[in-house]
Design a protein around this ligand. Structure first.
Ligand SMILES: Nc1nc2c(ncn2[C@@H]2O[C@H](COP(=O)(O)OP(=O)(O)OP(=O)(O)O)[C@@H](O)[C@H]2O)c(=O)[nH]1
Ligand SMILES: [Mg+2]
Length: 243
């Protein structure tokens, strides 16, 4: 079995009420055993689940959270809890409800305000099984995603279409982003180490120059002392000679 990465990735699913967040969440956790029901899911306030996905011979752990109905927190500072420590965001709207698409800008702004600047996104146009009730075209979703640099997929929590693929795409982005951050950190640390070594070396050079100067000044003062004694002796002798 591949080695498991100890450091999990945190993912949160956000979007307007009833866009299908809880269904998407349950499908991500266990797509094969997911039981479809047309009844609304119980409003989950905050629910966590863990999944494992393998990439490049490594088993990666993902802690996924159903963002729940954040209405009561949305305009309060408590919203920070939804984005705290989050590496990836699944931002969902309902293609049969234009309002949920229009609210994406607000969700994006809110998440950017509270989440880490390195957070990765996948935009999900849910309910794509209901083509006849579509209010938001695929093109509109794609344009929004392109404008905000997000990966975009239309999905259906009912049929399961594209949901595992959406999670895999987000996972890959988060893994690449973490790798980049670790590489940048390692490069910074190496540059810092090099700077310290250079500083030590130049301090060493200045130190040995100081030692040489100190030695020279000692020799010079010894020399002056000898000269002074010599002339002193010569002068004294000439004054004794007088007597
Ligand atoms: N046809 C269809 N119905 C869906 C889809 N996704 C969700 N639904 C329906 O929408 C209802 C609400 O879905 P939830 O997953 O509870 O939505 P939510 O975003 O979690 O809602 P809140 O937690 O109340 O904000 C479900 O019971 C389904 O009946 C979908 O892709 N297609
Ligand atoms: Mg829900």
């Amino acid at each position: 079995m591949p080695q498991t990465d100890d450091n999990p990735f945190h993912v949160v699913i956000i979007g307007d009420a009833s866009v299908g967040k809880s269904c998407i969440f349950l499908r991500i956790l266990d797509d094969t055993n997911f039981k479809w029901s047309s009844r609304p899911r119980l409003p989950i306030i905050e629910e966590y689940g863990t999944i494992y996905l393998n990439f490049d011979g490594k088993r990666n752990r993902f802690k996924v959270r159903d963002g729940g109905s954040q209405e009561e927190f949305r305009r309060t500072v408590l919203i920070y809890r939804y984005f705290y420590n989050v590496n990836g965001i699944l931002l969902a709207y309902d293609i049969t409800k234009r309002k949920s698409f229009q609210n994406l800008t607000e969700w994006l702004e809110m998440s950017k305000a509270w989440a880490s600047p390195t957070v990765e996104y996948v935009l999900l146009g849910n309910w794509c099984d209901l083509e006849e009730e579509r209010e938001v075209s695929y093109e509109e979703g794609r344009e929004f995603a392109e404008k905000h640099n997000l990966i975009f997929l239309e999905i259906s929590a009912k049929t399961g279409e594209n949901i595992p693929s959406a999670m895999k795409k987000l996972a890959k982005k988060m893994i690449d982003s973490r790798r980049r951050q670790e590489e940048e950190k390692a490069q910074k640390a190496a540059a810092e180490r090099e700077k310290m070594t250079l500083q030590k070396k130049s301090q060493g050079k200045v130190g040995s120059l100081r030692k040489i100067l100190r030695g020279l000044s000692e020799i010079l003062s010894d020399f002056i002392f000898v000269i002074t004694v010599f002339f002193d002796a010569v002068l004294h002798r000439s004054s004794y000679d007088h007597l």
